[in-house]
Design a protein around this ligand. Sequence first.
Ligand code: S3P
Length: 162
Amino acid sequence: MKIILIGFMGSGKTTVANVLAKKLNLEVIEMDELILKSSGRESISDIFSLDGEEHFRDLETKIAKKISTMDNVAISTGGGVVMKGRNKNLLKTGNIIFLKTSFKTLENRLIGDSSRPLFKDREKAKKLFNLRQNIYEEWADKVIITDKKSADQVVSNLIKYL
Ligand code: S3P
C-alpha cells in the first residue's frame, strides 16, 4: 500500500501521515526531510534563499523519483510538488489523497511560522493557494476536507475510502 498526501502548506499532511502509518503499519516518508538531507543545507529556507526555488524543485523531483519505487509507505509531500507537471506520474504510483483546507484555517495555523518561505507574504500565499487548488483536485484520487476535523477524524475518513 502506498498513500501519498498532497495539499497546501499547513493542511496537516505530516500529522495525518504519522497517524495513518501507525494504524496501517506503514513507514512514514517526509519528502521535505529527504530534500533537505540531499541538499547539504541546514533548512528549507536556506535552500530557497541560497540556491533558489528552481533548485529546490529539481531536488524535489529527484526525491519524487525515489519515492516512485517505494511501497508500504505513507508519504507527506511538500505543498508545491504539484507545481511541476513532471512529478505527476511519479506520484501516480500511489493512492493520492488531497487534504483540502480553507485558506482561513491555513492562515490561522501558519501565522508566525518562519520555516515556510512561501508563506511569508500573505497575499502571495493566497495567490499560490488559488492557483494550486485545481491541480490538487486534478491529481487526487480522493479529496478529504480537513477544516474542523482532527487528524484522527481525517484518518478515519481516509481508511473508509481505502
Ligand atoms: C512548499 C511547501 C513546503 C516546502 C517548501 C515549499 C510549497 O512543504 O516543500 O517550503 O511550495 O508549498 P509543506 O507543504 O510541508 O509546508
